[in-house]
Ligand binder design. Structure first.
Ligand SMILES: C[S@@+](CC[C@H](N)C(=O)[O-])C[C@H]1O[C@@H](n2cnc3c(N)ncnc32)[C@H](O)[C@@H]1O
Length: 270
C-alpha cells in the first residue's frame, strides 16, 4: 500500500515536471492546484432523484420532455461516430479524464434548447461531447454561440489530436475554441462577454478550480442563467460556492452510470 502511494506520488511529480518543461506558462499553474488538492475532501450530497422534472420546471418547459428521446439518439450517434474513427469513449479514456456521461449531456441539451441562450461558456472540451450537445441545440434554436476554454491534456500529448473530434465541421460556425487553462483564459473572455446565460464546467475537477470558475461566472450570469457543474462529489468546490451564494437554487444529479454526481445551479428559476 505504502509503495503504491509512493509510486503515485513519484508519477505525479514526474508528470508535473514534464508539463513544466513542455509548457511552462500552463505547467506553473498546475503547482498550486496540486498543493490545494491535498486539502480536498469528498462531499456526501442528498441526491435529487427528480432532478429532470425539477430542471424542466425551472426552465418553464413541459415534463415529460419530448426532447429526451432526441438526446438519446444524439448520444448514440456521437458514440457510433467515435467508434467508427477507432476512438475510445467513456470513463477515464481521455487520460484520467472522462467523456461526458449521458445524464449530463441530456441536462445540457434540454437547458440549451429550452432556455435559448445567446451566450454559452464551457470549460473542458476533450473529445467534445458536451460541446457537440450544446452546438446541436444552438443550431436547432437558430441562435446563440458557444465559447469553450480548454487546456489540451497537459500530460498525455498524444491525446491532443482528439480535441473536439465529436464536433463535425457543420456545427462549428457557432463555436469559438479558446486554448489554455480556465485560470488563464476565462477572466479575459468574461470581460469581453457582457453576460453568460449557460455555463458548463467540465475541466479540472478540483475544489480550487471549480470554485474559481463558478465565482467568475457567477458575477456575469444572466438573470435566468444556469450553471451545470460536473463531478461535484469528489471535492468541496460546488458546496463551498452554494454556501457563499445562499440565493442560488441547486439540484444534485446522479450520472446515468451511477459513478458520480453533477450539480445544476440557477439564480432565478422560473
Ligand atoms: C472531463 S474532460 C472534458 C470532457 C468533455 N466536456 C466531454 O463532454 O466529453 C476535461 C478536459 O478539460 C481539460 N482541462 C484540464 N485542466 C484544465 C484547465 N485548468 N482549464 C481548462 N481545461 C482543462 C482536459 O485536458 C480535458 O480536455
Amino acid at each position: 500500500m505504502g509503495s503504491v502511494f509512493r509510486n503515485e506520488q513519484v508519477d505525479r511529480v514526474r508528470r508535473l515536471a514534464g508539463a513544466l518543461v513542455t509548457d511552462p506558462l500552463e505547467g506553473v499553474r498546475l503547482v498550486p492546484e496540486g498543493i490545494a488538492s491535498y486539502f480536498e475532501h469528498p462531499v456526501e450530497y442528498d441526491v435529487d432523484s427528480a432532478w429532470e422534472p425539477r430542471l424542466h420546471q425551472w426552465l418553464g418547459a413541459p415534463w415529460p420532455c419530448p426532447e429526451r428521446d432526441r438526446s438519446r439518439e444524439l448520444w448514440e450517434t456521437v458514440i457510433a461516430e467515435l467508434e467508427e474513427r477507432g476512438l475510445a469513449f467513456g470513463r477515464h479514456t481521455y487520460g484520467q479524464y472522462s467523456d461526458a456521461d449521458a445524464a449530463l449531456a441530456r441536462a445540457v441539451w434540454c437547458t440549451v434548447l429550452h432556455l435559448r441562450p445567446a451566450v454559452v461558456v464551457e470549460t473542458g472540451v476533450a473529445r467534445g461531447v458536451t460541446s457537440r450537445f450544446v452546438l446541436e441545440a444552438l443550431t436547432r434554436n437558430g441562435e446563440g454561440h458557444l465559447w469553450s476554454v480548454d487546456l489540451p491534456h497537459p500530460f498525455e500529448r498524444a491525446l491532443r489530436n482528439q480535441t473536439g473530434v465529436a464536433v463535425p465541421e457543420t456545427h462549428r460556425s457557432r463555436w469559438s475554441y479558446i486554448e489554455g487553462s480556465s485560470r488563464r483564459r476565462l477572466p479575459r473572455l468574461l470581460r469581453q462577454l457582457d453576460q453568460v446565460d449557460v455555463f458548463v464546467h467540465d475541466s479540472l475537477h478540483t475544489a480550487r478550480n471549480t470554485r474559481f470558475e463558478m465565482e467568475r461566472i457567477g458575477r456575469v450570469l444572466g438573470p435566468r442563467g444556469v450553471m451545470l457543474v460536473d463531478d461535484i462529489s469528489t471535492h468541496q468546490g460546488f458546496a463551498d460556492w452554494t454556501r457563499k451564494t445562499p440565493r442560488a437554487r441547486t439540484l444534485i444529479c446522479p450520472t446515468d452510470d451511477g459513478e458520480g454526481l453533477f450539480g445544476i445551479a440557477c439564480k432565478n428559476p422560473s
